[in-house]
Ligand binder design. Structure first.
Ligand code: ATP
Length: 215
């Protein structure tokens, strides 16, 4: 088996998007797809799509394009772990609950298996099939359940403290949904997702657009 070099972050993001788009096509009984079609669905250029697909060592045919099933399987081999990976949600507030409801049951090799909270009223309950433990149990459950990924949905001022506990508990990847950026050691993968910044960015460009129209 050939070992593929580590792929760039942006390529991994696009591979995940390609797979979702390809699954939609498959659902419509489509068998083949051209790079320009896939690009059109995702607002990318065909060149970008072809470059990514080449990077993962796949090639379609000039006449028919890419074979959809084959490509979905290949992307799965690259992104997924064979046995699947477990995920924990830290902070079972509105956002944490939304993450669980949205995520579980989706076709993915990732499953949210535990939630943690500091509020006694939320602890020892099951939310949408996911048990909620007290945050003091973090290390114990993370290790016994072998959970490598955490989604952090606590208030921003708790983010640093919770991150520290997650790293100590052996978590290897964190999705930070709080508005506060955090630091992690080099062997922990961190993805920050700040919804407010994303929305404010849109607001800025919407405002610019409106202004141009009014000049
Ligand atoms: P709710 O009104 O249900 O508490 P919310 O979304 O308004 O929801 P937030 O204040 O944003 O709540 O907090 C999110 C969740 O994080 C809450 O359930 C809160 O109890 C929990 N939380 C706060 N601090 C910690 C912490 N240090 N460790 C774990 N969970 C925490």
């Amino acid at each position: 088996m050939t070992i593929m070099p580590k792929l760039p972050e942006k390529t991994i993001e696009r591979l995940s998007q390609y797979r979702r788009a390809l699954l939609i096509c498959l659902g419509k009984n489509k068998q083949y797809i051209f790079s320009h079609e896939l690009a059109g669905m995702l607002h990318l250029t065909p060149v970008q799509v072809r470059r990514d697909i080449m990077l993962i060592g796949y090639s379609g045919t000039l006449r028919q394009g890419y074979e959809i099933r084959e490509m979905i399987a290949l992307i799965g081999k690259i992104i997924d772990s064979e046995e699947g990976l477990k995920v924990a949600v830290i902070g079972l507030g509105n956002l944490g609950r939304a993450m669980i409801s949205y995520f579980n049951g989706k076709r993915t090799k990732l499953s949210i298996v535990a939630a943690f909270d500091i509020n006694q009223e939320k602890v020892n309950r099951v939310y949408a099939g996911v048990p909620c433990y007290h945050i003091d149990m973090l290390s114990k459950i993370i290790r016994s359940e072998n959970i490598p990924i955490a989604i952090m949905t606590v208030p921003g001022d708790e983010a640093a403290k919770v991150t520290e506990s997650l790293v100590l508990a052996g978590i290897k990847g964190i999705l930070n949904y709080t508005p506060t950026p955090v630091n992690v050691p080099a062997n922990t993968y961190l993805q920050e997702y700040d919804m407010i910044t994303s929305l404010e960015k849109i607001a800025y460009f919407v405002k610019q657009g409106n202004r141009e129209e009014h000049i």
